[in-house]
Design a protein around this ligand. Sequence first.
Ligand SMILES: [Ca+2]
Length: 486
Amino acid sequence: MMATPRCLLVLRQVLPCALGGTGVSPVRPPNHGQDARATHKTTVERPLVPLVAALVLSVFGTCGEAAAAERLNVLFLAADDLRNDLGCYGHPLAKTPNLDGLAERGTLFERAYCQQALCNPSRASIMTGLRPDTLGIWDLPTHFREVRPDVVTLPQWFKQHGYFTQNIGKVFHNWRQEIHGDPDSWSVPAVMHYATHDSDKPQVEGELPPNLAKARRTECRDVPDGAYFDGRIAAGAVEALRKAKERGRPFFLAIGFWKPHLPFNAPKRYWDLYDRAQITPAPNPTPPEGCPAVALHDSRELLGVPGRPPRPGRPSGPLSDDEIVELRHGYLAGVSFLDAQVGKLLDELDRLDLSRRTVVVFWADHGFHLGEHGLWCKTSNFELDARVPLIIARPKGKARRAKTDALAELLDLYPTLVELCGLPTPQGLDGVSLAPVLDDPAASVKPAAWSYSSRATTRPVAKSRHSVYRNRGVRADTPIVCGSPR
Ligand SMILES: [Ca+2]
């Protein structure tokens, strides 16, 4: 549940290893800065690829269709701002029976890392299989099509190989962007994918029950799941699974839940799963001793922008202890709300007898802080932000019930799912397939995992993590090899 100050101390202890080449090698920053962006013209984005794929499908005709009918489906489940606060990851309070059940029949990655603890760069990286530095995207507004118009996304690759691809909910980050999601990725238009989190207001028939929560950006109302985005997304996903079953084509169904992202507005029944008396403020509410300022931020997403007047209806400034505990309670409620929606999909998958033919993957775009290190929300490279839950469950009957310490990066999902479903692997991806780890949890496919930010680049190596800092807010700056953040 908590991150310890050990994170950054460990970074420093192992830095000589990264700089001097001793220990784990070769470990180099992959594809940094402009050089990488200029030279990384990949096969995956060449327009020739879809033409070749289409030609192959055409040539093989009905044989290809028959083969496609035998292919595995993909249920691709995304969570927003979810750190590893799940029962299956050992959280002492979290009630997440459905995700725990998914982990029971799949492989749980103990050391999976996002590529940047911010929605857009993380999701752009996952969906293209390219690092933030390869894409040149470290911020919220830049859509990956602006910098890589011909890149072939993960679902687009499946679509080009005969799959029916569909998106319900937030998969691509899209708010503040001219392009809404990525229409090229899907066989049908995405739905419930473009909004702001604060527009997730309760929708009920009749009188709206009172808000029983008091802390800023919390809401506790006795309303049904469907009052909020994620309840409606789950209902839409259940319907999509039924139609996919009828359609009979292999499918790639991407469901993006908006929780447990702020505001913490899970329906009351999920708040009621927890005893407030058992919830405490973070035991490490101050930055680690000697922590460089570049590793920290001002928590403006929750606390407001320093020096600016608070937004209407949104308090700013320090939190009281009661608020802190209520926020931590609300986060857990959101995690359980999310878990319940995932459960609806997994139950429907079983009911439709699709579990035997479907790979289920669950991931979060990045983690979150709830007062640890004096931080709220995300964008740091501490473990609580960079480390993410990742569960991959192959079709039932090949259950692993495994946990692995193998390093994994979210951009590895692209080559992993492609391999699991028997598709050709496009060249030029920055990740590697995790399939060997699914076969053997003791296996390892990479020596390092990298997380980036506009302030810092961090890479876990073996059992440690290394940092390379870039200038804060300067996207194309040459990274400064650690120890002397400018
Ligand atoms: Ca996010």
